[in-house]
Design a protein around this ligand. Structure first.
Ligand code: SAM
Length: 202
């Protein structure tokens, strides 16, 4: 098996070539914009930003966008795409247990949490990085049987039960938690659903 960072490192340059990934990110982005108001005084962090399929299009609507990821090649593509569009962005290469910087007004994430073995420290880091009253918008797969990825050594959660994730977020101090279906994705002959959970720093 290819170790996690190598897999994403190796995939970065061609990540956007898969149309369904682009469509999925756009579906999540639409759900986000229906669920939350973005404004020019907001600083955003995209956790597990990859190449920015989810967040780069939001950049013109806010004051700043920071992409955080464990894969440096993903961050390089994120920055190159931003530069090509004339957008200023920041990046944070996550290597261990360091913080996420901030303060941010919104931390968003799409399809990254199932790659994180232990979620509580990440939720604590997000909470610490948010300004008072800051918000979260987290999208990922609903519980599935493992057929989304197939055999893989970098998937630590076969999707999530929305209720369980919201309880975990509540334990770390988030409130006003809401969930909705964000979009669907066809893969391996199946239809998978993605949720979007929003909430506020308590
Ligand atoms: C499936 S991709 C999703 C990328 C992007 N959010 C999108 O919607 O296209 C997952 C991303 O999460 C990153 N990642 C994996 N584990 C991570 C971790 N522990 N912390 C932060 N990012 C992580 C990977 O490097 C990869 O860029």
């Amino acid at each position: 098996m290819v170790p996690m960072s190598n897999r994403f490192d190796n995939a970065a340059a061609s990540w956007d070539a898969e149309t369904r990934r682009v469509q999925m990110a756009q579906g999540v982005q639409t759900a986000l914009r229906e669920s939350l108001n973005l404004s020019p005084d907001m600083d955003l962090l995209d956790f597990g930003c990859g190449t920015g399929l989810f967040s780069l299009e939001l950049r013109p609507l806010v004051r700043s966008l920071t992409g955080a990821d464990t894969s440096q090649p993903m961050l390089e593509v994120f920055s190159q795409k931003a530069q090509a569009k004339g957008l200023e962005v920041r990046t944070r290469h996550l290597k261990g247990t360091e913080g996420l910087g901030g303060p941010y007004h919104l931390v968003l994430s799409s399809m990254a949490l199932h790659h994180v073995p232990e979620l509580a420290p990440v939720f604590q880091a997000i909470h610490a990085a948010l300004a008072p009253g800051g918000r979260i918008a987290l999208a990922d797969l609903d519980s599935e049987d493992g057929s989304f990825h197939g055999p893989s050594d970098d998937v630590f959660h076969l999707g999530f039960e929305r209720r369980n994730l919201m309880e975990a977020l509540a334990r770390e101090g988030f409130h006003d938690l809401r969930e909705r279906t964000a979009t669907t994705m066809e893969k391996n002959g199946r239809t998978f659903t993605l949720f979007l959970i929003t909430g506020e720093k308590g």
